[in-house]
Write a protein that binds this ligand. Structure first.
Ligand SMILES: [Zn+2]
Length: 80
């Protein structure tokens, strides 16, 4: 088992603001769905994502940039 964070795109969920694809961010104590376009993270609690835009955690610019790169990597992998 790798200890690295794993990322995936849950294709059943989109960002409530821009309707773009979300990335799942699984940390040690945190599970969020990240929208790189909006630079927002939606917290998942007890398996239920809180998709209210006003409950979203704003990402720092650097964090948002990394997520956009990650989404591009994932998209390219999926297209192959
Ligand atoms: Zn969005």
């Amino acid at each position: 088992m790798s200890t690295k964070d794993r990322f995936s795109i849950p294709d059943f969920l989109v960002c409530p603001v821009c309707k773009g694809p979300l990335l799942a961010s699984r940390g040690e104590n945190r599970f969020e769905l990240v929208c790189p376009s909006c630079a927002a993270a939606y917290e998942v609690r007890g398996g239920t994502p809180n998709m209210k835009p006003d409950a979203a955690r704003p990402l720092a610019p650097e964090e948002a940039r990394r997520w956009r790169e990650k989404r591009r990597e994932l998209t390219e992998t999926l297209d192959r």
